[in-house]
Design a protein around this ligand. Structure first.
Ligand code: NAD
Length: 497
């Protein structure tokens, strides 16, 4: 059993205060401890970041991009080891762990385009002898606070653009699976990033509050549950920081009567139960339109949920592995019990699943509820486990209304062969990311990622060109040289008239 360290100023720094145990979800065994930073540790990380940032900002964008290119090479070299470590501490399958890292690396690839993306504007002769230019400058020290469910992807979605833009970055990863993010920061340094530009501090609310209250932190990116996202957003804004905070989800998949039912069922099984439902883009609500569609869907869906293969992260034939922690497993099972109390029909009950030889692991099987109604808590709240709810609206308009009335608006999908219906849905649905016959419409790195309503707080999305806006401030310079200046003071605001 080993203790994890913080990573501050390019050095491993041992924790001196509180610690938290780290568990292996497959066995339930303690596999190490992570320090929980106090205000002094956070201050040390921010101080180091502040000291390193001006030097890093002075490195030209192309050389900064080369560090990211080298990082891509190193992360690819270490992909197997990274995926094994990630799967072990999170519980997701190895194939899914690779996907987690890969989706992070795709954003790093995008950020290699920083020299182009940071280009400013220039207008020659905007007025008599007057030129106007604009430039993007880094903010200084930026911070990221990340959730347990994508321990590689989300830290990279924040760190890569922050660093590419010339900022220093302090990451506070989830205290449930903090080893992979730490390893990523070490690889960045191996790739040539100067010490202090990427720091990692482990911790809980105390560390988060210290970051939010630190005047040297100019921007905060957060991903996690909505309640904390809202809290972080409000506190960061109260301290005059720029903030983007992404929260929870309840993603619907509308199945129209004309949909290819086989494809819809495949999509629901993968998007509903992949990674044990611990994805912010997981489908947690199936919405077949009309009773005939519901019957046809459930006829195929029920046996598929019953035959899901739950296994060890290392088992290549497993559909999904254990959940992240005992507390989370109990919480998810609690929601299933609540659904039964609320009179939803539990068609498949995976609560009693036991993994032979791994009885202390955090395993459960897939669950499927039918006849769920909008007033039930299992519909209103995010469960974040392998639990799918079926609602049965009578019409397309009712289905659309259901999605639009939900407090979350992260992702949504429609399955149909009807182009008019798909187009109407994409246009009117109040959700940030929409799939047409695509169950998990996670945008590619060069588009932006973000939900609507209570799934996101702040204006700019993650990755794509929004990331370059979030991690820079714009300066506009208006120049006139002596030969273009006419004599005399002017007391009137200049206009183009
Ligand atoms: P969480 O909110 O419990 O934790 C997220 C981060 O906040 C962690 O770093 C944690 O240490 C910190 N934190 C926890 N409690 C805090 C408090 N009281 N004060 C300050 N900081 C605190 O979330 P989680 O369980 O790690 O992750 C799952 C959640 O993240 C789900 O709700 C999921 O939908 C959401 N998520 C959203 C997106 C998105 O892009 N919208 C992506 C992935 C996950």
């Amino acid at each position: 059993m080993s203790d994890l360290t913080h990573f501050i100023g390019g050095r491993k720094v041992r924790g001196t205060g509180r610690f938290t145990d780290l568990y292996e979800p497959m066995t339930g065994a303690v596999i190490g401890r992570a320090p929980l930073a106090g205000a002094a540790d956070v201050r040390a990380a921010v101080e180091n970041a502040r000291a390193a940032q001006p030097g890093w900002a002075a490195v030209n964008p192309q050389r900064r991009a080369r560090v990211l290119m080298k990082f891509l090479e190193l992360a690819t070299r270490d992909l197997d080891a990274l995926a094994e470590g990630l799967a072990r501490e999170h519980g997701k399958t190895l194939a899914d762990a690779r996907g987690d890292i890969q989706r992070g690396l795709e954003v790093v690839e995008f950020c290699v385009g920083a020299p182009y993306l940071l280009k400013g504007g220039f207008t020659d002769s905007a007025g008599p002898g007057i030129d106007v230019s604009s430039m993007r400058q880094p903010l200084g020290v930026t911070a990221g606070i990340t959730p347990f469910n994508f321990p590689a992807m989300i830290p990279l979605w924040m760190a890569a653009p922050a660093i590419a833009c010339g900022n220093a970055f302090v990451l506070k990863p989830s205290e449930r699976d903090p080893q992979t993010p730490l390893r990523l920061a070490e690889l960045m340094m191996e790739a040539g990033l100067p010490a202090g530009v990427f720091n990692v501090i482990h911790g809980d609310r105390e560390a988060v509050d210290a970051l939010l209250d630190d005047d040297d932190v100019r921007a905060v990116a957060f991903v996690g549950s909505s309640q904390i996202a809202e809290y972080v957003y409000a506190r960061a804004c109260a301290h005059g920081k720029r903030a983007q905070c992404f929260g929870a989800a309840k993603n619907h998949m509308v199945v129209m009567p004309d949909a290819d039912m086989g494809q819809a069922v495949d999509a629901l099984i993968g998007a509903g139960y992949g990674s044990g439902g611990e994805r912010c883009m997981a489908i947690s609500v199936a919405v077949p339109v009309g009773q005939d569609t519901a019957r046809a869907l459930l006829e195929q869906l029920v046996p598929r949920v019953e035959s899901l293969k739950i296994g060890l992260s290392t088992d290549p034939s497993a559909d999904f592995g254990p959940l992240v922690s005992r507390a989370h497993l109990e919480r998810v099972k609690g929601y299933v019990a609540l659904g039964v109390e609320e009179s939803a029909r539990l068609l498949v009950d995976g609560r009693d699943f036991r993994m032979q030889g791994y009885e202390d692991g955090y395993f459960m099987g897939g669950c499927l509820f039918d006849e769920v109604t909008p007033d039930m808590r299992i519909y209103k709240e995010e469960i974040f486990g392998p639990v799918l709810s079926v609602l049965r609206p009578q019409s397309y308009e009712d289905a659309l209304g259901l999605v639009n009335a939900h407090e979350y608006g992260n992702g949504v999908a429609i399955f149909t062969r009807d182009g008019d219906a798909a187009r109407d849905f994409a246009s009117r649905v109040q959700v940030g990311m929409v799939g047409v016959n695509v169950p998990i419409p996670t945008p590619l790195a060069y588009y932006t990622f973000g939900g609507w309503k209570r799934s996101a707080f702040g204006d700019l999305n993650q990755h794509g060109d929004d990331a370059f806006r979030f991690y820079t401030k714009t300066k506009t310079v208006t120049s006139r040289w002596p030969s273009g200046i006419k004599d005399g003071a002017s007391f009137v605001i200049p206009t183009m008239s």
